[in-house]
Design a binder for this molecule. Structure first.
Ligand SMILES: [Zn+2]
Ligand SMILES: [Zn+2]
Ligand SMILES: [Zn+2]
Length: 145
């Protein structure tokens, strides 16, 4: 679903925060506002740079991201880079990442549900598997030329 920026978008952020059991403080709404429905994994530093005009310091960005992560609003995407990348967790998907230039492509489908039953059967120490993350790595067409 696509949202127009503006009041409607703001209303959506409040709903997301409330859904995560978080108070909609000004910094949290601002940090959440940097994320979009598109696949765009971001680091805390990148979010901070986009919020310079809001005068929100980096520590606040980190704190907001931590509370978002704990309440399941964002998840960490492992891009095999030094920084931690975050993205909204409302549309579950996987990525292919170029090992050379870092290009990220979103996979349309998650077909893991069938194998999940097998995985669940094969583990000995877990009663439930509740989520998963899975990223693929390779060389993009540009870098391969
Ligand atoms: Zn993504
Ligand atoms: Zn590449
Ligand atoms: Zn999946």
């Amino acid at each position: 679903m696509k949202y127009e920026r503006g009041d409607y978008m703001k209303g959506k952020f409040y709903d997301i925060l409330r859904g995560g059991g978080l108070k909609a403080t000004k910094p949290r709404v601002a940090v959440l506002g940097v994320f979009s429905d598109d696949c765009r994994p971001m680091t805390a530093e990148e979010i901070f740079q986009k919020l310079l005009h809001e005068k929100i310091d980096l520590a606040t960005v980190y704190r907001s991201l931590k509370s978002f992560e704990e309440s399941g609003i964002v998840e960490i995407v492992n891009l095999h880079k030094d920084s931690i990348y975050y993205e909204l967790s409302d549309h579950h998907h996987h990525h292919v990442i170029c090992k050379k230039c870092g290009l990220v492509e979103r996979l349309k489908e998650c077909d893991i549900d069938a194998s999940l039953k097998q995985i669940q059967k094969s583990v000995r120490n877990f009663k439930h598997i509740t989520s998963h993350s899975l990223e693929f790595f390779g060389i993009c067409k540009k870098c391969a030329d």
